[in-house]
Design a protein around this ligand. Structure first.
Ligand SMILES: Cc1ncc(COP(=O)(O)O)c(C=O)c1O
Length: 443
């Protein structure tokens, strides 16, 4: 990072920013920490706040800064594009939009070939559901409990977390299947003797709560907001086979799991050996610029015959940022780094679980998407969620200059997801800071 810039020095104090945030934003725009951090500058995995304090970023703006803050290659491409052409709308084809679509077609699995661009994950999921419905001529969708799809009316209805639903479900055609949440198995079973009954139960859900012919199944390979709930390896093969038996397509929401996040592969669904007919992506696609995509098979894309427009979708600047981000991931082989550093991170977290067996109930995830579930007392099998300890741990990690995320229905799951550029030394530093923080809360 540079020494603090003129602008940040001239800017208001952090107290002033916090005051204005309270005064002029919706109170629902919640911040982390008792005293929120006002971040002002970043480079790689390092951030600095307005008061000059530095942080190691292991959350990346919610799994979005995929190749590090102020990445030189992405920023250079964006700066050049801003000076060349900023916006024309999708009424005109541009080089950036076709180049990005071609790139996505080349890295997405199977028959996924045609893209529709929007500006957020919410819109990508909206588009995906609409495409499943136009293609099949049916409307019923199976989603998952503990899933998260965004904040529009449809996305809130797909979302299965009361805290994220401002209004009751407005869309009657959505049925929620059981979450493949092994640590808190909804059927009270244990993997693998359970034979993945949560997936098998989708058949009865369709038979008993739908017309028996469905449009599709929307699921995240790892439930992100849900607390990095990681389904067993057989889950998607079983679930998707049932979905197809009843005429539905598989919509894979890769908003959190995409672009190498799960390690080794581009997409979370590849870890499960299943190919979706529709895939959605956002967050890590463009290192923080607002762009999302819904990628479909040609037959599904062709089924939409009405007019549709997203003014900002695939704008030249955001499309350029996305292509540059993907190229950085390719050029620096960051999918491999995600796998290698993901293993190192996981090993470190498993060591913490050994050291703090009471408070750490579960460690789960893939690659650089690792979750830690905090409970009352795992040694006594008391798995009551422990959001209080999570809150205290957050304050301790903040003191030690480490940023992490949290999630889960009860707010008791740490979400740890650094940029794919993370080094071994940074992983070790994060583990040390977490260790000290768990020690400080008497875990
Ligand atoms: C899996 C998943 N889908 C969709 C969304 C909605 O994305 P956005 O907030 O960009 O609308 C999110 C956001 O967290 C998400 O995690």
């Amino acid at each position: 990072m540079n020494p603090q810039t003129q602008e940040t020095r001239a800017a208001a104090s952090s107290a002033e920013v916090r005051r204005k945030h309270k005064e002029f934003l919706f109170p629902a725009v919640a911040n982390y920490y008792e005293e929120p951090i006002v971040l002002a500058e970043g480079k790689g995995l390092r951030l600095r706040d307005l008061d000059g304090r530095e942080y190691l970023d292991f959350f990346g703006g919610i799994l979005t800064v995929s190749v590090g803050h102020a990445n030189e290659d992405v920023n250079a491409a964006v700066k050049a594009q801003i000076d060349r052409l900023g916006h024309v709308s999708t009424l005109y084809p541009t080089i950036p939009i076709v180049e990005l679509a071609e790139k996505l077609a080349s890295i997405t699995p199977g028959q996924l070939k045609k893209c529709y661009f929007t500006a957020s994950g919410t819109e990508a999921d909206e588009t995906a559901v609409m495409m499943a419905q136009t293609f099949t001529g049916r409307s019923e969708i199976v989603a998952l409990r503990h899933g998260y799809s965004g904040r529009s009316m449809l996305a809130q209805s797909l979302t299965a977390h009361a805290p994220w639903r401002a209004l009751p479900t407005k869309i009657p055609d959505i049925k929620h299947a059981l979450s493949p949440y092994c640590y808190r198995c909804p059927l009270g079973l244990t993997y693998p003797s359970c034979e993945v009954k949560c997936a098998q139960d989708i058949e009865e859900l369709i038979q008993t709560t739908t017309t028996g012919r469905i449009a599709g199944f929307l699921a995240e390979p790892i439930q992100g907001v849900g607390g990095f709930v990681t389904p067993p390896k057989e889950y998607f093969a079983i679930a998707v086979e049932i979905i197809r038996k009843y005429g539905g397509v598989f919509i894979c929401d890769e908003v959190q799991t995409g672009f190498g996040r799960t390690g080794g592969k581009w997409w979370g669904c590849e870890q499960y050996g299943v190919e979706p007919e529709i895939m959605t992506m956002a967050k890590g696609i463009a290192n923080g610029l607002p762009i999302s995509a819904t990628v479909c098979t040609p037959a599904i894309a062709d089924s939409l015959t009405k007019l549709t427009i997203s003014t900002f979708g695939g704008n030249p600047i955001t499309a350029t940022a996305a292509k540059a981000t993907i190229e950085v991931i390719e050029k620096r082989d960051l999918r491999t780094n995600s796998e290698v550093q993901g293993k190192r991170l996981r090993a470190g977290l498993e060591r913490l679980k050994q050291k703090y067996p009471r408070t750490i109930g579960d460690v789960r995830g893939m690659g650089l998407m690792q979750g830690v579930e905090l409970v009352e007392d795992e040694t006594k099998k008391n798995r009551t969620p422990n959001p209080k300890a999570t809150g205290r741990l957050f304050e301790e990690t903040k003191k030690r200059g480490l940023l992490i995320g949290k999630g889960g229905l009860y707010g008791n799951i740490l979400r740890i997801s650094p940029a794919l550029t993370v080094s071994a030394a940074e992983v070790d530093e994060a583990i040390t800071k977490l260790d000290e923080s768990f020690g400080a809360i008497g875990a």
